[in-house]
Design a protein around this ligand. Structure first.
Ligand SMILES: Nc1nc2c(ncn2[C@@H]2O[C@H](COP(=O)(O)OP(=O)(O)OP(=O)(O)O)[C@@H](O)[C@H]2O)c(=O)[nH]1
Ligand SMILES: [Zn+2]
Length: 388
C-alpha cells in the first residue's frame, strides 16, 4: 500500500503522469539542455544520435560527446546554410530532405568556429567552408534540427551517432516521436491560469487572461475588450486579432515593422466596436524568437528581404503554430470570429483548427518610410491581401 497521507485532502491516490505529459517534459528539458550547450540523446527507430547546438556548445560539451560516441562528429545544417558555408549549391538527395551533414575536420571544432558555421551574421574564418566535405546524413537529423528550432536556436548541430544504450550521468534522452508531437501537444495543453481587469489607454474596458501550457513554458495572453461574451451569446462573431509578440515594434515603437500600429489599431477598433478579443501570442519574430529576429534584421541590412533572411538562418518563412490561437479561442468559448488580418495563412490556420472565420477584416496601416520594403515583401511573397 502506498502512503497517500501526505496528499492534500480531496486528491485521489497518485497517478503516474500520462505519456503525453512525460513527452512534453522531455522535450522542454531537452530544449533547455541545448540552450545551455549540453548534449542530448535523440532516439527513434532503433537509432540514437547525440547532438549539441553549434551556437552554444563549448569544450565541455564536445568532450562529453566524444566520450560517449566513438564516431567523429558531423555538423548538421539546413540546406540553405550548408550551401552558404560550402560556398556552393548543395544538391539534395531527396527533395524534402531538410538537413545536410558536413564532416568536421579535427581542427574545426573550436567553439567559436562552430558558432560561425551556424550563424550567417558571424564571419566565417577564411577558407573554413572549403575545408568541409559532405558526410552521410545520420538517422534522426531532421528531428534533431526540429528540436533546436523549438529552442529558438539556430538549426545547426554537432552530431555523433551513439549506441542506443549510451548512458552518462545527467544525459537527457528524448525521442523523435516526442519532438514531432510537441507543437500540437503543447498547444492543446493550454489552460487559463490568471486574469485581471486592466484598463488600457486605447480600450478602457479590457481584461487580460493568461494561458500556460503543460510544459511550463512561456505564457500567451488574451485581451478581452468590452463584452465579447455578449456578442457570442447572441450568436454573433466578435472582432478577433491574432497578434504575434514583437518586442521591438510593440514596446519600443520600432519603425522596421507595422506591429505597433497594428496592435494599437486593433485595440482601438475593438473598443469602437464595443467588443473584441486580441490574442497576444508569444511567437516573437514569426516564431523564430527575438535573438534570431535580430540576426534576420542584420541580414536584411545586408540586402536580404524578410523571407530570405529567415531561410538564411535555417528557418522557414513563418514558423508559427496557429493551433495555439485556436485553443485559446476555444477556451474562451469563441468558435466564431471576425478576423482582423491581411495574412491568408491565419485564415487557413484557424479554419484548419476548427474555428469559423465568418469574415476577414482588413488591418493594414500605411508605411512609414522605413518599413516600406517589409510591407511590400509581405504582399509580394507572403500573399498578404493589402487591397480592399
Ligand atoms: N522573422 C521576422 N519576424 C518579423 C520581422 N518583422 C516582424 N516580424 C514578426 O512578425 C510578427 C508579426 O506578425 P503579425 O502581426 O501576426 O502579422 P502578419 O503575419 O504580418 O499578419 P497580419 O498582420 O495579421 O496581416 C511578429 O512576431 C514580429 O516580431 C522580420 O523581419 N523577420
Ligand atoms: Zn514587429
Amino acid at each position: 500500500m502506498r502512503n497517500t497521507a501526505f496528499l492534500p485532502s480531496g486528491l485521489a491516490a497518485p497517478r503516474p503522469p500520462s505519456a503525453e505529459t512525460l513527452a512534453l517534459r522531455a522535450v522542454h528539458r531537452a530544449v533547455s539542455e541545448l540552450r545551455r550547450g549540453t548534449p542530448v540523446l535523440i532516439e527513434g527507430d532503433g537509432a540514437a544520435l547525440l547532438v549539441a547546438a553549434a551556437e552554444t556548445v563549448g569544450a565541455q560539451g564536445l568532450t562529453e560527446m566524444a566520450a560517449l560516441s566513438g564516431a567523429a562528429p558531423v555538423l548538421l545544417l539546413s540546406p540553405v546554410r550548408a550551401s552558404a558555408v560550402l560556398q556552393r549549391p548543395v544538391p539534395l538527395n531527396a527533395p524534402d530532405e531538410g538537413a545536410v551533414a558536413l564532416r568536421l575536420p579535427a581542427g574545426l571544432t573550436a567553439p567559436e568556429r562552430l558558432r560561425a558555421f551556424a550563424d550567417p551574421t558571424a564571419e566565417l574564418l577564411l577558407g573554413d567552408g572549403q575545408a568541409l566535405e559532405r558526410a552521410t546524413l545520420p538517422a534522426l537529423a531532421a528531428p534533431a534540427l526540429a528540436l533546436a528550432k523549438l529552442g529558438r536556436l539556430l538549426p545547426a548541430l554537432v552530431a555523433s551517432p551513439a549506441p542506443a544504450a549510451a548512458e552518462a550521468p545527467g544525459l537527457l534522452r528524448v525521442s523523435a516521436a516526442e519532438v514531432q508531437a510537441y507543437p500540437a501537444s503543447v498547444a492543446t495543453s493550454l489552460r487559463r491560469v490568471g486574469e485581471a481587469r486592466v484598463p488600457l489607454e486605447d480600450a478602457p474596458e479590457t481584461r487580460i487572461i493568461a494561458f500556460r501550457a503543460a510544459d511550463g513554458g512561456i505564457e500567451h495572453l488574451a485581451m478581452l475588450v468590452g463584452e465579447p461574451e455578449a456578442v457570442l451569446a447572441q450568436g454573433g462573431a466578435p472582432l478577433v486579432r491574432l497578434h504575434s509578440e514583437c518586442f521591438t515594434g510593440d514596446l519600443l515603437g520600432s519603425l522596421r515593422c507595422d506591429c505597433g500600429p497594428q496592435l494599437k489599431g486593433a485595440l482601438r477598433r475593438m473598443a469602437a466596436d464595443g467588443a473584441g478579443i486580441l490574442l497576444y501570442l508569444a511567437q516573437e519574430g514569426r516564431g523564430i524568437g527575438l535573438v534570431n529576429k535580430l540576426r534576420a534584421y542584420t541580414l536584411q541590412d545586408q540586402g536580404l528581404d524578410t523571407l530570405d533572411a529567415n531561410r538564411a538562418l535555417g528557418y522557414g518563412a513563418d514558423e508559427r503554430n496557429f493551433l495555439v490561437a485556436a485553443t485559446m479561442l476555444r477556451l474562451l468559448d469563441a468558435p466564431r470570429v471576425r478576423l482582423l488580418t491581411n495574412n491568408p495563412d491565419k485564415l487557413a490556420g484557424l479554419a484548419a483548427c476548427g474555428i469559423e472565420v465568418v469574415t476577414r477584416e482588413q488591418h493594414a496601416f500605411a508605411g512609414n518610410g522605413v518599413n516600406d520594403r517589409y510591407l511590400a515583401t509581405k504582399a509580394e511573397r507572403f500573399g498578404h491581401m493589402l487591397e480592399e
